[in-house]
Design a protein around this ligand. Structure first.
Ligand code: NAD
Ligand code: MG
Length: 397
Protein backbone atom coordinates (compact mmCIF):
# COMPACT_ATOMS: atom_id res chain seq x y z
CA UNK A 1 0.00 0.00 0.00
CA UNK A 2 1.08 3.55 -0.67
CA UNK A 3 0.92 6.40 1.79
CA UNK A 4 -0.74 9.24 -0.03
CA UNK A 5 -2.20 12.56 0.84
CA UNK A 6 -5.82 12.78 -0.09
CA UNK A 7 -6.81 16.28 -1.03
CA UNK A 8 -10.27 17.64 -0.69
CA UNK A 9 -10.55 17.94 -4.46
CA UNK A 10 -9.66 14.30 -5.05
CA UNK A 11 -13.01 12.86 -4.10
CA UNK A 12 -15.53 12.25 -6.90
CA UNK A 13 -18.28 14.09 -5.07
CA UNK A 14 -21.96 14.09 -5.86
CA UNK A 15 -24.45 16.74 -4.77
CA UNK A 16 -23.89 17.60 -1.12
CA UNK A 17 -26.35 16.21 1.34
CA UNK A 18 -27.93 13.67 -0.98
CA UNK A 19 -25.47 10.90 -0.29
CA UNK A 20 -24.91 9.43 3.17
CA UNK A 21 -21.26 8.93 2.21
CA UNK A 22 -21.05 12.66 1.77
CA UNK A 23 -20.65 15.44 4.24
CA UNK A 24 -18.69 13.91 7.05
CA UNK A 25 -20.83 11.71 9.23
CA UNK A 26 -22.01 8.45 7.74
CA UNK A 27 -24.18 5.76 9.23
CA UNK A 28 -23.51 4.85 12.87
CA UNK A 29 -21.67 8.13 13.32
CA UNK A 30 -18.56 6.89 11.54
CA UNK A 31 -16.60 9.68 9.91
CA UNK A 32 -15.57 9.10 6.34
CA UNK A 33 -12.05 9.94 5.23
CA UNK A 34 -13.63 12.02 2.46
CA UNK A 35 -14.77 14.44 5.11
CA UNK A 36 -11.40 14.65 6.80
CA UNK A 37 -10.51 17.55 4.60
CA UNK A 38 -7.37 18.66 2.74
CA UNK A 39 -4.07 17.25 3.87
CA UNK A 40 -5.50 14.13 5.50
CA UNK A 41 -2.99 11.34 4.94
CA UNK A 42 -4.44 7.90 4.55
CA UNK A 43 -3.45 4.62 3.21
CA UNK A 44 -4.41 4.25 -0.43
CA UNK A 45 -5.35 0.77 -1.54
CA UNK A 46 -4.68 -0.02 -5.18
CA UNK A 47 -7.59 -2.13 -6.38
CA UNK A 48 -7.75 -4.52 -9.32
CA UNK A 49 -11.36 -5.19 -10.25
CA UNK A 50 -11.81 -8.36 -12.29
CA UNK A 51 -15.24 -8.78 -13.84
CA UNK A 52 -15.86 -5.02 -13.77
CA UNK A 53 -18.85 -5.15 -16.13
CA UNK A 54 -20.82 -7.69 -14.08
CA UNK A 55 -23.33 -7.30 -11.29
CA UNK A 56 -20.68 -7.38 -8.53
CA UNK A 57 -18.23 -5.43 -10.69
CA UNK A 58 -20.60 -2.51 -11.24
CA UNK A 59 -21.50 -2.30 -7.54
CA UNK A 60 -17.79 -2.45 -6.67
CA UNK A 61 -17.16 0.51 -8.99
CA UNK A 62 -19.74 2.49 -7.03
CA UNK A 63 -17.91 1.70 -3.77
CA UNK A 64 -14.50 2.56 -5.24
CA UNK A 65 -15.81 5.86 -6.61
CA UNK A 66 -17.16 6.79 -3.19
CA UNK A 67 -13.81 6.29 -1.46
CA UNK A 68 -10.77 8.36 -2.40
CA UNK A 69 -8.58 5.92 -0.49
CA UNK A 70 -9.52 3.21 -2.99
CA UNK A 71 -7.69 3.66 -6.29
CA UNK A 72 -8.75 1.58 -9.27
CA UNK A 73 -5.51 0.52 -10.94
CA UNK A 74 -6.78 -2.35 -13.07
CA UNK A 75 -10.05 -3.61 -14.47
CA UNK A 76 -11.06 -6.52 -16.66
CA UNK A 77 -14.10 -7.89 -18.41
CA UNK A 78 -14.85 -11.08 -20.28
CA UNK A 79 -15.90 -9.48 -23.57
CA UNK A 80 -17.21 -5.89 -23.20
CA UNK A 81 -14.91 -2.96 -23.86
CA UNK A 82 -13.70 -1.15 -20.72
CA UNK A 83 -11.22 1.27 -22.26
CA UNK A 84 -10.31 4.10 -19.91
CA UNK A 85 -11.94 2.60 -16.83
CA UNK A 86 -8.55 2.13 -15.14
CA UNK A 87 -4.87 2.69 -16.00
CA UNK A 88 -4.55 -1.01 -16.81
CA UNK A 89 -7.45 -2.78 -18.51
CA UNK A 90 -7.90 -6.11 -20.22
CA UNK A 91 -10.72 -7.83 -22.06
CA UNK A 92 -10.51 -11.62 -21.77
CA UNK A 93 -7.13 -13.33 -21.92
CA UNK A 94 -4.73 -14.27 -19.13
CA UNK A 95 -5.58 -11.97 -16.25
CA UNK A 96 -2.42 -12.76 -14.33
CA UNK A 97 -0.61 -10.64 -16.94
CA UNK A 98 -2.87 -7.71 -16.08
CA UNK A 99 -2.25 -8.26 -12.37
CA UNK A 100 1.52 -8.44 -12.90
CA UNK A 101 1.42 -5.13 -14.75
CA UNK A 102 -0.82 -3.41 -12.21
CA UNK A 103 0.69 -4.79 -8.95
CA UNK A 104 -2.49 -4.11 -6.92
CA UNK A 105 -2.85 -4.22 -3.13
CA UNK A 106 -6.29 -5.81 -3.41
CA UNK A 107 -7.75 -8.06 -6.09
CA UNK A 108 -11.54 -8.09 -6.18
CA UNK A 109 -12.27 -11.24 -8.12
CA UNK A 110 -15.80 -10.81 -9.50
CA UNK A 111 -15.38 -13.09 -12.50
CA UNK A 112 -18.02 -15.76 -12.89
CA UNK A 113 -17.01 -19.44 -12.91
CA UNK A 114 -13.84 -21.50 -13.05
CA UNK A 115 -12.28 -18.84 -15.31
CA UNK A 116 -11.56 -16.86 -12.13
CA UNK A 117 -9.12 -19.44 -10.77
CA UNK A 118 -5.77 -18.08 -12.08
CA UNK A 119 -6.48 -14.68 -10.54
CA UNK A 120 -7.46 -16.23 -7.21
CA UNK A 121 -4.23 -18.24 -7.09
CA UNK A 122 -2.15 -15.27 -8.27
CA UNK A 123 -3.35 -13.14 -5.34
CA UNK A 124 -3.15 -15.88 -2.71
CA UNK A 125 0.33 -16.96 -3.77
CA UNK A 126 1.71 -13.44 -3.56
CA UNK A 127 0.04 -12.45 -0.31
CA UNK A 128 -2.02 -9.80 -2.13
CA UNK A 129 -5.35 -9.29 -0.38
CA UNK A 130 -8.05 -11.23 -2.19
CA UNK A 131 -11.63 -9.99 -1.96
CA UNK A 132 -13.37 -13.05 -3.31
CA UNK A 133 -16.76 -13.02 -4.98
CA UNK A 134 -15.74 -15.75 -7.44
CA UNK A 135 -16.75 -18.65 -5.17
CA UNK A 136 -16.29 -21.18 -7.98
CA UNK A 137 -12.50 -20.85 -7.81
CA UNK A 138 -12.39 -21.65 -4.10
CA UNK A 139 -14.85 -24.51 -4.47
CA UNK A 140 -12.91 -26.05 -7.36
CA UNK A 141 -9.42 -25.51 -6.00
CA UNK A 142 -10.02 -25.45 -2.23
CA UNK A 143 -6.93 -27.33 -1.09
CA UNK A 144 -4.62 -25.70 -3.66
CA UNK A 145 -6.02 -22.28 -2.82
CA UNK A 146 -5.49 -22.77 0.92
CA UNK A 147 -1.92 -23.95 0.28
CA UNK A 148 -1.36 -20.81 -1.82
CA UNK A 149 -2.75 -18.65 0.98
CA UNK A 150 -0.40 -20.36 3.42
CA UNK A 151 2.57 -19.61 1.15
CA UNK A 152 1.54 -16.03 0.45
CA UNK A 153 0.35 -15.18 3.95
CA UNK A 154 -2.15 -12.60 2.70
CA UNK A 155 -5.79 -11.92 3.50
CA UNK A 156 -8.68 -13.83 1.94
CA UNK A 157 -11.81 -11.77 2.48
CA UNK A 158 -15.12 -13.23 1.34
CA UNK A 159 -17.46 -11.01 -0.67
CA UNK A 160 -20.25 -13.56 -0.88
CA UNK A 161 -22.82 -12.04 1.50
CA UNK A 162 -23.28 -15.12 3.70
CA UNK A 163 -19.55 -15.65 4.05
CA UNK A 164 -18.83 -11.99 4.69
CA UNK A 165 -21.49 -12.20 7.41
CA UNK A 166 -20.03 -15.42 8.83
CA UNK A 167 -16.53 -13.95 8.71
CA UNK A 168 -17.74 -11.02 10.82
CA UNK A 169 -19.52 -13.28 13.33
CA UNK A 170 -16.46 -15.54 13.60
CA UNK A 171 -13.69 -12.97 13.58
CA UNK A 172 -11.58 -13.11 16.74
CA UNK A 173 -13.43 -16.15 18.15
CA UNK A 174 -11.74 -19.25 19.45
CA UNK A 175 -12.69 -21.99 16.92
CA UNK A 176 -13.27 -24.37 19.85
CA UNK A 177 -16.23 -22.22 20.93
CA UNK A 178 -17.99 -22.43 17.54
CA UNK A 179 -20.68 -25.10 17.27
CA UNK A 180 -22.40 -24.57 13.91
CA UNK A 181 -22.42 -22.07 11.09
CA UNK A 182 -25.82 -21.48 9.53
CA UNK A 183 -25.95 -20.27 5.93
CA UNK A 184 -29.26 -18.81 4.86
CA UNK A 185 -30.81 -19.36 1.43
CA UNK A 186 -33.62 -17.27 -0.01
CA UNK A 187 -35.02 -20.44 -1.58
CA UNK A 188 -35.01 -18.76 -4.99
CA UNK A 189 -38.01 -18.22 -7.26
CA UNK A 190 -39.21 -21.84 -6.96
CA UNK A 191 -39.40 -22.17 -3.20
CA UNK A 192 -42.46 -24.22 -2.22
CA UNK A 193 -42.78 -25.84 -5.66
CA UNK A 194 -42.76 -29.60 -6.26
CA UNK A 195 -40.69 -31.42 -8.87
CA UNK A 196 -43.81 -31.79 -10.99
CA UNK A 197 -44.28 -27.99 -10.89
CA UNK A 198 -40.73 -27.51 -12.14
CA UNK A 199 -40.89 -29.78 -15.17
CA UNK A 200 -41.57 -27.03 -17.68
CA UNK A 201 -40.26 -23.85 -16.06
CA UNK A 202 -38.72 -21.37 -18.47
CA UNK A 203 -35.40 -19.56 -18.39
CA UNK A 204 -37.21 -16.28 -17.65
CA UNK A 205 -39.03 -17.80 -14.68
CA UNK A 206 -35.75 -19.17 -13.33
CA UNK A 207 -34.08 -15.77 -13.77
CA UNK A 208 -36.73 -13.97 -11.67
CA UNK A 209 -34.98 -14.03 -8.29
CA UNK A 210 -37.11 -12.75 -5.39
CA UNK A 211 -34.46 -10.90 -3.34
CA UNK A 212 -31.19 -10.43 -5.26
CA UNK A 213 -30.38 -8.92 -8.69
CA UNK A 214 -27.38 -10.84 -9.97
CA UNK A 215 -25.69 -12.21 -13.07
CA UNK A 216 -27.48 -15.04 -14.93
CA UNK A 217 -25.30 -17.94 -13.80
CA UNK A 218 -25.62 -17.31 -10.06
CA UNK A 219 -29.33 -16.54 -10.50
CA UNK A 220 -29.91 -20.00 -11.99
CA UNK A 221 -27.70 -21.47 -9.25
CA UNK A 222 -30.01 -19.81 -6.72
CA UNK A 223 -33.07 -21.34 -8.37
CA UNK A 224 -31.59 -24.87 -8.21
CA UNK A 225 -29.96 -24.28 -4.77
CA UNK A 226 -26.59 -25.08 -6.39
CA UNK A 227 -25.54 -21.64 -5.19
CA UNK A 228 -26.05 -22.73 -1.60
CA UNK A 229 -24.27 -26.00 -2.44
CA UNK A 230 -21.27 -24.03 -3.72
CA UNK A 231 -21.48 -21.81 -0.65
CA UNK A 232 -21.45 -24.81 1.67
CA UNK A 233 -18.16 -25.95 0.14
CA UNK A 234 -16.90 -22.35 0.10
CA UNK A 235 -17.63 -22.08 3.85
CA UNK A 236 -15.82 -25.35 4.55
CA UNK A 237 -12.64 -24.04 2.95
CA UNK A 238 -12.90 -20.46 4.22
CA UNK A 239 -13.58 -21.27 7.85
CA UNK A 240 -12.09 -24.76 8.22
CA UNK A 241 -15.40 -26.21 9.37
CA UNK A 242 -16.36 -29.83 8.78
CA UNK A 243 -19.48 -30.24 6.68
CA UNK A 244 -21.57 -31.49 9.60
CA UNK A 245 -20.98 -28.11 11.27
CA UNK A 246 -22.40 -26.08 8.38
CA UNK A 247 -26.19 -26.01 8.15
CA UNK A 248 -28.30 -24.51 5.38
CA UNK A 249 -31.72 -23.07 6.17
CA UNK A 250 -34.18 -21.33 3.90
CA UNK A 251 -34.93 -17.76 4.95
CA UNK A 252 -37.09 -16.13 2.28
CA UNK A 253 -36.41 -12.45 2.94
CA UNK A 254 -32.58 -12.78 3.02
CA UNK A 255 -32.46 -10.49 6.06
CA UNK A 256 -30.23 -12.72 8.19
CA UNK A 257 -27.15 -13.36 6.06
CA UNK A 258 -25.49 -15.89 8.34
CA UNK A 259 -25.68 -17.02 11.91
CA UNK A 260 -23.12 -18.73 14.14
CA UNK A 261 -24.10 -20.92 17.07
CA UNK A 262 -21.57 -21.10 19.89
CA UNK A 263 -21.13 -23.94 22.35
CA UNK A 264 -22.93 -22.07 25.13
CA UNK A 265 -26.18 -22.05 23.16
CA UNK A 266 -25.89 -18.42 22.05
CA UNK A 267 -25.89 -17.33 18.41
CA UNK A 268 -24.54 -14.27 16.64
CA UNK A 269 -26.35 -13.25 13.48
CA UNK A 270 -25.54 -10.71 10.78
CA UNK A 271 -28.64 -8.88 9.59
CA UNK A 272 -29.50 -6.15 7.13
CA UNK A 273 -31.16 -5.47 3.81
CA UNK A 274 -29.89 -7.75 1.06
CA UNK A 275 -27.49 -5.42 -0.75
CA UNK A 276 -24.14 -6.63 -2.09
CA UNK A 277 -22.58 -3.19 -1.67
CA UNK A 278 -22.31 -3.95 2.06
CA UNK A 279 -20.04 -7.03 1.78
CA UNK A 280 -18.17 -5.47 -1.18
CA UNK A 281 -17.47 -2.34 0.86
CA UNK A 282 -16.55 -4.39 3.91
CA UNK A 283 -13.95 -6.38 1.96
CA UNK A 284 -12.51 -3.39 0.09
CA UNK A 285 -12.22 -1.16 3.14
CA UNK A 286 -11.32 -3.91 5.65
CA UNK A 287 -10.59 -3.50 8.52
CA UNK A 288 -12.06 0.01 8.55
CA UNK A 289 -15.71 -0.85 7.80
CA UNK A 290 -16.37 2.36 5.90
CA UNK A 291 -19.87 3.82 5.79
CA UNK A 292 -22.19 2.88 2.93
CA UNK A 293 -25.40 4.46 1.63
CA UNK A 294 -27.43 1.43 2.72
CA UNK A 295 -29.99 2.22 5.40
CA UNK A 296 -30.33 0.03 8.47
CA UNK A 297 -33.35 -2.25 8.65
CA UNK A 298 -36.45 -0.46 9.85
CA UNK A 299 -37.06 -2.72 12.84
CA UNK A 300 -39.86 -0.53 14.22
CA UNK A 301 -41.82 -1.12 11.01
CA UNK A 302 -41.94 -4.80 11.96
CA UNK A 303 -39.41 -7.34 10.76
CA UNK A 304 -40.47 -10.97 10.80
CA UNK A 305 -37.79 -13.60 10.50
CA UNK A 306 -38.90 -16.93 9.03
CA UNK A 307 -36.75 -20.02 8.59
CA UNK A 308 -37.48 -23.45 7.19
CA UNK A 309 -35.60 -26.57 6.15
CA UNK A 310 -34.60 -26.74 2.47
CA UNK A 311 -36.54 -29.18 0.31
CA UNK A 312 -33.66 -31.40 -0.77
CA UNK A 313 -35.87 -33.75 -2.82
CA UNK A 314 -37.06 -30.97 -5.11
CA UNK A 315 -33.64 -29.30 -5.12
CA UNK A 316 -31.05 -32.12 -5.21
CA UNK A 317 -28.12 -29.78 -5.94
CA UNK A 318 -27.69 -29.05 -2.23
CA UNK A 319 -27.29 -32.71 -1.18
CA UNK A 320 -25.05 -33.34 -4.20
CA UNK A 321 -22.76 -30.52 -3.06
CA UNK A 322 -22.61 -31.85 0.48
CA UNK A 323 -21.73 -35.28 -0.84
CA UNK A 324 -19.09 -33.91 -3.24
CA UNK A 325 -17.61 -31.83 -0.42
CA UNK A 326 -17.49 -34.74 2.00
CA UNK A 327 -15.87 -36.99 -0.60
CA UNK A 328 -13.22 -34.31 -1.11
CA UNK A 329 -10.47 -34.65 -3.70
CA UNK A 330 -11.59 -33.14 -6.99
CA UNK A 331 -15.28 -33.96 -6.42
CA UNK A 332 -16.06 -30.32 -5.55
CA UNK A 333 -14.26 -29.24 -8.75
CA UNK A 334 -16.31 -31.78 -10.71
CA UNK A 335 -19.53 -30.58 -9.08
CA UNK A 336 -18.70 -27.03 -10.09
CA UNK A 337 -17.62 -27.90 -13.63
CA UNK A 338 -20.65 -30.09 -14.36
CA UNK A 339 -22.92 -27.40 -12.94
CA UNK A 340 -21.35 -24.74 -15.17
CA UNK A 341 -21.95 -26.93 -18.23
CA UNK A 342 -25.52 -27.74 -17.20
CA UNK A 343 -26.44 -24.13 -16.37
CA UNK A 344 -25.04 -22.91 -19.71
CA UNK A 345 -27.09 -25.59 -21.48
CA UNK A 346 -30.23 -24.56 -19.58
CA UNK A 347 -29.70 -20.87 -20.43
CA UNK A 348 -29.23 -21.83 -24.10
CA UNK A 349 -32.47 -23.85 -24.08
CA UNK A 350 -30.65 -27.17 -24.53
CA UNK A 351 -31.61 -28.60 -21.14
CA UNK A 352 -34.72 -28.61 -18.96
CA UNK A 353 -34.50 -27.05 -15.49
CA UNK A 354 -34.74 -30.42 -13.72
CA UNK A 355 -32.05 -31.74 -16.07
CA UNK A 356 -29.42 -29.55 -14.37
CA UNK A 357 -29.17 -31.75 -11.28
CA UNK A 358 -29.48 -34.93 -13.37
CA UNK A 359 -26.47 -33.90 -15.46
CA UNK A 360 -24.43 -33.02 -12.38
CA UNK A 361 -25.36 -36.24 -10.58
CA UNK A 362 -24.43 -38.39 -13.57
CA UNK A 363 -21.19 -36.51 -14.20
CA UNK A 364 -20.19 -36.88 -10.54
CA UNK A 365 -20.85 -40.61 -10.74
CA UNK A 366 -18.50 -40.99 -13.68
CA UNK A 367 -15.45 -38.93 -12.66
CA UNK A 368 -12.35 -40.16 -10.88
CA UNK A 369 -12.44 -37.56 -8.08
CA UNK A 370 -8.86 -38.18 -6.95
CA UNK A 371 -7.16 -35.22 -5.29
CA UNK A 372 -5.16 -32.88 -7.55
CA UNK A 373 -1.52 -32.37 -6.58
CA UNK A 374 -1.12 -29.25 -8.70
CA UNK A 375 -2.95 -26.86 -10.98
CA UNK A 376 -2.38 -29.02 -14.06
CA UNK A 377 -4.13 -31.96 -12.42
CA UNK A 378 -6.94 -29.74 -11.20
CA UNK A 379 -7.51 -28.29 -14.67
CA UNK A 380 -7.60 -31.85 -16.03
CA UNK A 381 -10.20 -32.83 -13.40
CA UNK A 382 -12.28 -29.80 -14.39
CA UNK A 383 -12.05 -30.82 -18.07
CA UNK A 384 -12.93 -34.44 -17.30
CA UNK A 385 -16.08 -33.34 -15.46
CA UNK A 386 -17.03 -30.97 -18.30
CA UNK A 387 -16.64 -33.79 -20.83
CA UNK A 388 -18.71 -36.09 -18.59
CA UNK A 389 -21.46 -33.47 -18.27
CA UNK A 390 -21.51 -32.75 -22.02
CA UNK A 391 -21.81 -36.47 -22.75
CA UNK A 392 -24.90 -36.88 -20.56
CA UNK A 393 -26.59 -33.69 -21.78
CA UNK A 394 -29.88 -34.46 -23.37
CA UNK A 395 -31.92 -32.08 -25.48
CA UNK A 396 -34.99 -30.52 -23.92
CA UNK A 397 -37.91 -32.89 -24.52
P1 NAD B 1 -21.97 -11.43 -13.98
O1 NAD B 1 -22.28 -12.45 -15.00
O2 NAD B 1 -22.89 -10.30 -13.79
O3 NAD B 1 -20.50 -10.81 -14.27
C1 NAD B 1 -19.41 -11.63 -14.53
C2 NAD B 1 -18.19 -10.82 -14.92
O4 NAD B 1 -17.14 -11.73 -15.27
C3 NAD B 1 -18.39 -9.91 -16.14
O5 NAD B 1 -17.62 -8.75 -16.00
C4 NAD B 1 -17.84 -10.75 -17.29
O6 NAD B 1 -17.39 -9.97 -18.39
C5 NAD B 1 -16.68 -11.46 -16.60
N1 NAD B 1 -16.34 -12.74 -17.22
C6 NAD B 1 -17.20 -13.71 -17.59
N2 NAD B 1 -16.53 -14.76 -18.12
C7 NAD B 1 -15.21 -14.42 -18.07
C8 NAD B 1 -14.01 -15.08 -18.46
N3 NAD B 1 -14.04 -16.30 -19.03
N4 NAD B 1 -12.83 -14.47 -18.24
C9 NAD B 1 -12.80 -13.24 -17.68
N5 NAD B 1 -13.89 -12.58 -17.28
C10 NAD B 1 -15.08 -13.16 -17.49
O7 NAD B 1 -21.75 -12.22 -12.61
P2 NAD B 1 -21.96 -11.69 -11.11
O8 NAD B 1 -23.36 -11.91 -10.71
O9 NAD B 1 -21.36 -10.34 -10.96
O10 NAD B 1 -21.10 -12.76 -10.30
C11 NAD B 1 -19.69 -12.74 -10.31
C12 NAD B 1 -19.19 -13.72 -9.24
O11 NAD B 1 -19.62 -13.25 -7.95
C13 NAD B 1 -19.75 -15.13 -9.39
O12 NAD B 1 -18.77 -16.06 -8.97
C14 NAD B 1 -20.91 -15.16 -8.40
O13 NAD B 1 -21.18 -16.46 -7.90
C15 NAD B 1 -20.38 -14.26 -7.29
N6 NAD B 1 -21.42 -13.61 -6.50
C16 NAD B 1 -22.30 -12.75 -7.10
C17 NAD B 1 -23.31 -12.14 -6.35
C18 NAD B 1 -24.23 -11.14 -6.98
O14 NAD B 1 -25.03 -10.53 -6.27
N7 NAD B 1 -24.19 -10.92 -8.28
C19 NAD B 1 -23.41 -12.43 -4.98
C20 NAD B 1 -22.51 -13.31 -4.41
C21 NAD B 1 -21.50 -13.90 -5.16
MG1 MG C 1 -24.22 -15.78 -1.40
Amino acid sequence: MVERTVRGSHAPLSAKGSDPLEGGRGLFGVRNSRARGPGYACCVKRVALLGATGSIGRQALEIVEAHPELELVAASSGSQSIDGLAPHTQVGGDLTELLERAQPDVVLNAIVGFAGLPATLWALDRGVTLALANKESLVAAGDLALAARERGGGLLLPVDSEHSAAFQCLEGRDPATVATLVLTASGGPFRGRTRADLEHVTVDEALAHPTWRMGPKITIDSATLANKGLELIEAHFLFGLDYDRVQVVVHPTSTVHALVWFRDGAALAHIGYPDMRVPISYALTYPERAATPIAPLDLAAGVTLEFEAPDEDTFPMLALAREAGERGGTYPAAYNAANEVAVAAFLEGRLAFLGISDVVERALASVDGAAACDLTELVEADREARRAAESVLEPVA
